[in-house]
Unconditional design. Structure first.
Length: 217
């Protein structure tokens, strides 16, 4: 797989010409900043379109029925949240603890004019807002992600305490992570193949039944 042109990208997932131009700006800005701070693995610089842009963009179809807020935990260089916003998704909030990365993200937003909100905050310190979907990519194990999600939801008013849908990009360890989580939580999920890596998967969790004991307090 090698993406060099607009048509190459659209052969995997369609984006408008306008969106593609924004992705070009994103790529140029990312490479410039990569010389200052470590945004992505150096080994993936030559494969940004496949490893980062397409990998994030493939989540867009899963958001078609999501109208409420979307939180992107540990956004880093903006994957997947920034890409999804460039594709037209509204109400996306990027949560990133590193100030320098947030400055980078804000520059990309300014240059591309996309509609998105950036929060310079640790996940555990982020103030509660009602959310319909939470995404994350290369952040933590499934068990750790669920820990973050549940502790976040507890911050809301009792009547709002509903676990949102969860959409995670996971690598080859996805199977063992699901097994580990199943030992401590009852949950329903679906696994979808990744467009970019045969060993990676998209994990969509739409219900978690057994929550922390203090969830209803």
């Amino acid at each position: 797989m090698k993406i060099n042109t607009y048509d190459d990208f659209c052969s995997y997932i369609y984006v408008s010409r306008e969106t593609y131009e924004k992705l070009l700006i994103f790529k140029k800005t990312l490479i410039k900043w990569q010389n200052k701070i470590n945004l992505i693995s150096q080994s993936t610089i030559e494969n940004i379109w496949e490893r980062h842009f397409l990998d994030s963009a493939q989540l867009y179809p899963f958001l078609k029925d999501i109208n409420g807020n979307v939180l992107d935990f540990g956004s880093g260089a903006g994957f997947p949240g920034l890409i999804l916003a460039m594709m037209g998704k509204k109400n996306i909030h990027l949560i990133e603890a590193d100030l320098k990365k947030c400055v980078f993200l804000r520059e990309v937003v300014m240059l591309t004019g996309i509609d998105i909100t950036i929060h310079n905050s640790r996940i555990e310190n982020f103030n509660y807002i009602k959310v319909e979907l939470i995404t994350a990519r290369a952040l933590a194990s499934l068990s750790k992600l669920i820990f973050y999600v549940e502790n976040y939801i507890i911050k809301g008013q009792k009547k709002q305490r509903k676990i949102p849908k969860l959409l995670f990009l996971k690598g080859k360890s996805y199977n063992s992570e699901i097994l580990e989580l199943s030992k401590i939580r009852n949950f329903t999920y679906k696994i979808y193949p990744s467009l970019t890596d045969k060993n990676s998967k998209i994990i969509y969790i739409d219900d978690i039944n057994k929550l922390k004991n203090d969830y209803e307090k």
